[in-house]
Design a protein around this ligand. Structure first.
Ligand code: 5GP
Ligand code: MG
Ligand code: MG
Length: 178
């Protein structure tokens, strides 16, 4: 697939993301303060930068695991069909779990992953999404915590890609075709 030329306009600065994560980490800490060990599950690949920053702000015993679900492929539209490409390494039965997602858009991905993980009987399971596009929702789901609500724009950076590019930008930007 080839892509037309595009520019990236900053939407959320690296500083704003860091400040928001500090607040979210305090709320997560309060919710899970009594946990033996929190299993923080990152949804690959878009959440890898967010989870790295988030766990370093969490003053709790944590274990980190990853799950890869696909819905977008390399395009810009959700396929609405969620496939599990890579499952967790560890067991979550009876454990406290925090699922970390980059963006909740139509909601298909998070709701599919959540019902899959709930079927394994965790003690508690909560979700956090860095970004939420509420106007795009097709499935009635909301993460326990949301970093930022954003308009219906295609965004990149801070782990999030366009056709596998721009994940290494330190901020969130929106794609503008030039
Ligand atoms: P949903 O299943 O909620 O429609 O889609 C969720 C997934 O679609 C997100 O985890 C993310 O991987 C991808 N996605 C949604 N919006 C965007 C976007 O603006 N940019 C990119 N790169 N991916 C997005
Ligand atoms: Mg994702
Ligand atoms: Mg992607």
């Amino acid at each position: 697939m080839s892509h037309p030329p595009y520019a990236i306009d900053e939407l959320i600065s690296a500083k704003s993301i860091a400040a928001r994560i500090e607040v979210l980490a305090r709320e997560i800490h309060d919710r899970f303060a009594d946990t033996d060990k929190l299993v923080v599950v990152g949804l690959l690949r878009g959440s890898f930068v967010f989870i790295a920053d988030l766990v370093r702000e969490l003053d709790l015993p944590v274990e980190v695991d990853f799950l890869e679900a696909s819905s977008y492929g390399d395009g810009m539209e959700s396929s609405r069909e969620v496939r599990i490409l890579k499952d967790l390494r560890g067991e979550i039965g009876g454990r406290d779990v925090l699922v970390v997602e980059d963006i909740v858009d139509t909601g298909f991905t998070l709701s599919h992953v959540l019902s899959l993980l709930k079927s394994r009987s965790p003690a508690r399971i909560e979700t956090i999404a860095l970004l939420d596009k509420p106007t795009r929702r097709e499935v009635d789901i909301k993460a326990t915590w949301t970093g930022f609500e954003i308009p219906d724009e295609f965004v990149v950076g801070y782990g999030i890609d366009y056709a596998q590019r721009n994940r290494n930008l330190p901020y969130i930007g929106k794609v503008r075709f030039t």
